[in-house]
Design a protein around this ligand. Structure first.
Ligand code: SF4
Length: 323
């Protein structure tokens, strides 16, 4: 047979096709899969009876109810709890991957670490809990003995009303330092709105499950807002509601977000003009008396002009909007 380019391709294609028809490649794939599973660094779950532990996911403030499946003492899977009122069985990808936080040693410290080099040098040494507590106690005692306990400050990343936040505040109180600092969170904005509208400095909750109409100004309801586990469920509920109970969603968003793409109506104002749009809507609602007078009279303050305790007159919201 002449050794030409055509004959070579025919020979190669025939050989490849023939090999694929034999058990050889499939057996090879199977063997490789088994072989790679036995690498020493690949975690292999223990065999044995399952047990389950009910708990709450703390990877974001959403606090979804989860059930952790265990084999022996090892956690092997995280699932959403269908009986939990926040998420009704749903969990987001971050929550599902929560075991990585437990087992991936590259992203988790398992013991106190002491910095050994200059700041930023990334030189750390693992120390025991006893040594860590003794070191901290000596430093804090030093501040108190010298009469300046305020030199101790705590920067807290927990939710403002969480048990951890309360414990850290109590610790600082007992030491005598007022320097409790908290990282700003989305819930701070909610609290401020609640305080300005209702006089309560506490986070708001939204009855989204039973809402008929949602007007969202840039709120990424389906883009990771709030508890994603809950929002996945809420969205499923909205989507499967019959026409009579349909929830209408209007998304005001300059960006074609997931929420905007799934809303009944997407309004895309130029960035920075959302407030003008809101005031325009308020203008029409007030001018054409489309609001609930009963609600305004009984549950709001400052709609009409009002006087403060010194007798000074202040313009009400309706007067400001109508100009
Ligand atoms: S939304 Fe995801 S990360 Fe947040 S609590 Fe729920 S499962 Fe955990």
């Amino acid at each position: 047979m002449e050794f030409s380019r055509r004959n070579f391709i025919k020979f190669f294609a025939g050989g490849l096709g023939g090999t694929l028809l034999t058990p050889l490649p499939w057996k090879l794939i199977d063997d490789i899969a088994i072989w790679t599973q036995n690498w020493s660094w690949v975690p292999v779950p223990e065999k044995g009876r399952f047990s389950h532990v009910n708990t709450v996911c703390t990877l974001c403030p959403g606090a979804c109810g989860i059930q952790v499946r265990k084999v022996g003492s090892r956690a092997v899977k995280i699932e959403g709890r269908s009986d939990y009122p926040v998420n009704h069985g749903a969990v987001c990808p971050l929550g599902m991957a929560g075991l990585q936080v437990l087992y991936n040693e590259g992203i988790r410290w398992k013991a106190p670490m002491k910095r050994m080099g200059p700041r930023g040098s990334q030189e750390w040494k693992e120390i025991s809990w006893d040594e860590a507590i003794d070191t901290l106690a000596a430093r804090i005692k030093g501040f108190r003995d010298k009469g300046n306990p305020e030199k101790l400050a705590a920067v807290d990343g927990n939710q403002s009303r969480s048990t951890m936040a309360l414990l850290i505040k109590r610790l600082l109180n007992s030491i005598g330092s007022p320097n409790y600092l908290r990282m700003p969170r989305e819930e701070d904005t909610h609290s401020m709105v609640n305080f300005l509208m209702q006089g309560f400095d506490s986070p708001l909750t939204f009855d989204l499950e039973n809402a008929d109409f949602i007007l969202s100004f840039g709120c990424g309801l389906l883009d990771g807002w709030g508890s994603s586990g809950r929002m996945l469920n809420v969205w499923r509920r909205w989507a499967t509601n019959d026409r009579q109970h349909k929830t209408h969603i209007v998304q005001v968003d300059p960006r074609a977000s997931n929420t905007a793409s799934k809303a009944d109506l997407w309004l895309a104002p130029s960035p920075g003009t959302e407030a003008a749009l809101a005031l325009g809507m308020a203008h029409v609602i007030i001018k054409e008396k489309l609001y609930s007078k009963e609600f305004i009279d009984n549950h709001s303050f400052g709609f009409s002009d009002w006087f403060d305790e010194k007798g000074l007159e202040h313009k009400g919201f309706s007067g400001i909007v109508l100009g």
